[in-house]
Design a protein around this ligand. Structure first.
Ligand SMILES: Cc1cc2nc3c(=O)[nH]c(=O)nc-3n(C[C@H](O)[C@H](O)[C@H](O)COP(=O)(O)OP(=O)(O)OC[C@H]3O[C@@H](n4cnc5c(N)ncnc54)[C@H](O)[C@@H]3O)c2cc1C
Length: 326
C-alpha cells in the first residue's frame, strides 16, 4: 500500500449543488508523483458517515444501511475511493496541485455517498485536509489505449469527462498538431450548467493547436429554456448510436418487446426519451466519417451500466472500444 499523506484543498468551486471542482495541494513541501493524463489517485476523509452491509437484493447486489452507534448517531470513520485527475500533468508541474471533478453520489436510502458527502462538506469547520495515497495509477491513457488509431472518440458522461479533460489540456499544452490524430469528445451531462469544463474545452477547440472537435449534449433539456446552439441533446450512448446510424436504445427495446409488460415499459421509456440531436454546427455525415470504425478507437469510463450500451454499439460497428470501469 502506498504511503499515506495529507493534502490541503486550495480551491473549491461548487458548479451545481451536486457537482464540485477542487484542487488539492500536496503535503508540506512534497510533490505529487508524476502522472499521465487519464490516471487516478485514491483520496480519503476520516469524517465519513458510515454504512453497513445488510444483505443482498434480488438483483444479487449487496444492500447497505446507515450504521448507528448505541446512542442512535450515525457512526463516522474513514472511507477511501479513487478519483480521476482532471488537471493536466503540465498544470501540476507548474502549480503543484491536482484538480478533481466530484459528484455528490446518491448513496443508500436516499442519503448521500459517504466520501463524496464528506468532500462536499469540507470547509472552515470540518477542515480542508484530504488524505491521499501517494501513488497515481490507471491505464486509461493515450499511450496505452490508442495504439495505431488515427481517430480517438472520447465519451465522457458526468464526472467521467475528467480523464479526457486532463488529456485534452495536456495535448493543448504540448501539441503542435504533429501527432496527426483526430480527437472528438462527446461530453454529456443532465443540464448545461453541469457541462463542467465546457468553456475550457471550447477554447481548446477554437485554439486549433491539434485536431479536436467538441460535442457537448445534455440529457435533460427543459422544455421552455432555449439551449445554446453549440450544445446538442440526448444521452451520450444514444448520441454515439446516432453517429453510427443506429436507432436509440429505447426505440430498439420497443421494437423487440414481446410481452405486454415489456411493451408498456418500452412505451413509457420512449415517451420520456430525449432524442439525440447534434450541436447545430455539426453534421452527422461529417462525424461518421471523422470517427469511422476502421481507423478509430472509442475511449470511455464510468460504471458498467453506463458503458454497456457503448460496448454494444462498438461491437455492432466493429469499432475498437477501451473502457475503464469505475
Ligand atoms: C478509477 C475511478 C475513478 C473515479 N473518478 C471519479 C471522479 O473523477 N469523480 C467522481 O465523482 N467519482 C469518481 N469515481 C467514483 C468514486 O470513486 C466513488 O465511488 C464515488 O465518489 C462515490 O463514493 P461515496 O463514498 O460518496 O459513495 P458510497 O458511500 O461508496 O456509495 C456508493 C455505492 O456504494 C455502495 N456502498 C454503500 N455503503 C457501502 C459500504 N459500506 N461498503 C461498500 N459499498 C458501499 C452502495 O451501493 C452505494 O450506492 C471514480 C471511481 C474509480 C474506480
Amino acid at each position: 500500500m502506498a504511503e499515506r499523506k495529507t493534502g490541503t484543498v486550495v480551491h473549491q468551486e461548487l458548479i451545481t449543488p451536486g457537482l464540485m471542482r477542487f484542487r488539492l495541494a500536496p503535503e508540506g513541501d512534497s510533490h505529487f508523483p508524476e502522472y499521465e493524463a487519464g490516471q487516478y489517485i485514491a483520496l480519503r476523509r476520516d469524517d465519513c458517515k458510515l454504512t453497513r452491509r445488510i444483505g443482498v437484493a434480488q438483483n444479487g447486489k449487496p444492500t447497505y444501511e446507515p450504521e448507528y452507534d448505541p446512542w442512535g448517531r450515525q457512526t463516522v470513520g474513514p472511507v477511501t475511493h479513487s478519483y480521476s485527475i482532471a488537471s493536466a500533468p503540465s498544470e501540476t508541474a507548474e502549480h503543484g496541485w491536482l484538480e478533481f471533478l466530484l459528484a455528490l453520489e446518491d448513496g443508500v436510502h436516499g442519503l448521500p455517498g459517504r466520501l463524496s458527502e464528506a468532500l462536499f462538506g469540507m470547509g472552515p469547520e470540518t477542515g480542508c485536509h484530504v488524505t491521499y495515497y501517494n501513488r497515481i495509477a490507471g491505464t486509461l491513457t493515450l499511450d496505452t489505449r490508442v495504439q495505431d488509431a488515427h481517430s480517438v472518440l472520447m465519451v465522457g458522461t458526468g464526472t467521467g469527462v475528467a480523464p479526457f479533460v486532463s488529456m485534452l489540456k495536456e495535448l493543448r499544452a504540448r501539441s503542435d498538431g504533429s501527432d496527426g490524430r483526430r480527437y472528438t469528445l462527446v461530453h454529456t451531462n443532465r443540464t448545461p450548467l453541469e457541462l463542467a469544463y465546457q468553456d475550457a474545452l471550447l477554447e481548446i477547440e477554437a485554439a486549433g493547436r491539434f485536431d479536436f472537435m467538441y460535442l457537448p449534449t445534455i440529457s435533460r433539456p427543459s422544455p421552455n429554456v432555449s439551449i445554446d446552439p453549440r450544445i446538442g441533446q440526448g444521452r451520450a450512448s444514444n448520441v454515439v448510436r446516432h453517429i453510427y446510424g443506429l436507432p436509440t436504445a429505447e426505440e430498439e427495446k420497443q421494437t423487440s418487446a414481446k410481452s405486454d409488460v415489456s411493451k408498456v415499459a418500452a412505451e413509457l421509456a420512449l415517451a420520456r426519451l430525449v432524442y439525440p440531436v447534434l450541436p447545430r454546427h455539426l453534421r452527422v455525415s461529417d462525424l461518421r466519417e471523422r470517427v469511422d470504425p476502421a481507423s478509430s478507437v472509442l475511449l470511455t469510463c464510468g460504471n458498467p451500466a453506463s458503458t454497456a450500451d457503448l460496448r454494444a454499439t462498438a461491437a455492432r460497428r466493429e469499432l475498437r472500444i477501451e473502457v475503464e470501469e469505475w
